[in-house]
Ligand binder design. Structure first.
Ligand SMILES: *Cc1c(COP(=O)(O)O)cnc(C)c1O
Length: 409
């Protein structure tokens, strides 16, 4: 038997013992979706996270949603009423967000390798471009000049420090992301001289962080760095995007991030910030922490077989929809995501089973030697923590399997 991650709060057995999602029996959702495999996202759980953020973070810190975590259009439409802004990483995301009505909020666009067409679309729509290099700055200025529009430009800074303990580190190293900190004041002066609307600075130091202390320290260093740059430029930055990186527990050894502590410490950091930041609007951009635990991936058992003394449950899903749960999304070690037999959610786990997808590759492993209530053909397997970096972060075309459905409750 191998351990699995903790089932997130908010998922409980219904009167008949089966898993309910947002009060509805999970196994009944297929009538509405048209079948399996299915991603279900529970709005009420995302709402709880947003409320928690508001309760613990300082009032002058805006909450932005990082669209790349989950770009499902109905989710974006709903989020427009609850977050303060959106962060994009491509013009494809911009198009989805525009259709979802999200351009009424402040929107920023970060990411290396923005094409001229993407810069054009962003400038035309009043989106703030987070510049990743001097070359990109010059292309954006030339495009804006041609369009006769004053562009909103911010600079993403490659900080001289790294976020310790992050699942993915960005910063403190040579990097395709952001402009090295020592060159940022000159670039900002260049933008201002060229007549751009300089919107401020952006530092994103990493992702999937579960420890409060390094995150607190990174936010403190980010504020210090922004003040230093602003002082050199001689101008207050209208906005400072502090990044995000809040993680969620996926595996048995993961502990939840203490956001109360992060919020309290950030309050102290901002109260002590230098005067040059006194009118700055702060933002934190989150994807995974907001939506990750609100999503469940549901897949049906096609076959149960025994081999070499082990039992296998083979499902109609797999890594083509939920790559991250198979440990192939950049993880160093494969660890079991929380997983359940949906119809028998309230029952005792009495059988060891290995849950796989239907692809012909040993990589397609959804639950390795997990303990579940007995699994039979036709049962529904639920994989939790599927709300972020699920479907859109998976190779859907691999093996030409059917696409997964999605549903927002
Ligand atoms: C990916 C990304 C995010 C979102 O990260 P999460 O771990 O989902 O919160 C935010 N900002 C930038 C710049 C990113 O690249």
């Amino acid at each position: 038997m191998k351990p699995m991650g903790p089932i997130p709060d908010g998922f409980v057995p219904g009167p008949h013992g089966g898993l309910t999602i947002s009060g509805e029996p999970a196994v009944g959702l297929f009538d509405r979706s048209g079948g399996t495999p299915l991603f279900v996202y529970d709005r009420s759980l995302i709402g709880r996270k947003i409320a928690q953020f508001r309760a613990v973070m300082p009032d002058n810190v805006a909450l932005h949603y990082a669209v790349k975590a989950n770009p499902y259009a109905p989710l974006l439409e709903w989020l427009v009423s609850y977050v303060d802004g959106f962060d994009l990483a491509s013009s494809g995301e911009l198009a989805t967000l525009e259709r979802a009505g999200g351009l009424v909020l402040p929107v920023s666009f970060a990411g290396p390798g923005k094409r001229d067409t993407e810069l054009t679309q962003a400038i035309e729509r009043g989106v703030t471009i987070h510049l990743e290099s001097e070359g990109e700055a010059d292309r954006a200025l030339a495009i804006a000049d041609r369009l006769g529009i004053t562009p909103k430009l911010a600079v993403r800074v490659n900080p001289p420090f790294a976020l310790k303990g992050a699942g993915m580190k960005m910063g403190g190293l040579a990097s395709p992301f952001g402009v090295d900190a020592d060159r940022v004041p000159a670039l900002v002066c260049h933008l201002i001289d060229a007549g751009a609307n300089w919107r401020g600075l952006h530092v994103y130091a990493g992702s999937q962080l579960l420890h409060a202390e390094p995150l607190i320290e990174t936010q403190r260093l980010t504020v210090e760095l922004a003040a230093r740059i602003a002082t050199e430029v001689g101008r207050e930055p209208p906005e400072l995007n502090l990044g995000g990186g809040f993680g969620i527990p996926y595996a048995s050894t993961d502990i939840a991030l203490d956001v109360d502590r992060v919020g309290q410490a950030l309050g102290e950091t901002l109260r002590a910030a230098p005067d040059i930041l006194s009118s700055t609007r702060y933002a934190i951009e989150l994807g995974r922490w907001l939506v990750g635990e609100a999503g469940v991936y549901l897949t049906r058992v096609i076959d149960v077989k025994d081999s070499g003394g082990r039992r296998f449950a083979i499902t109609d899903g797999g890594l083509q929809h939920m790559l991250a749960a198979t440990g192939n999304f950049g993880q160093l070690l494969r660890r079991n995501y929380p997983i359940a037999n949906a119809a028998k959610f309230g029952e005792e786990s009495s059988q060891e089973v290995t849950v796989t997808g239907c692809l012909c590759t040993p990589l397609d492993l959804l639950g390795d030697e997990v303990m579940l209530p007995p699994v039979g053909v036709g049962d529904i397997i639920a994989i939790f923590c599927a709300g972020a970096y699920g479907l859109s972060a998976s190779p859907q075309n691999f093996l030409s399997q059917p696409v997964a459905r999605e549903l927002l409750l």
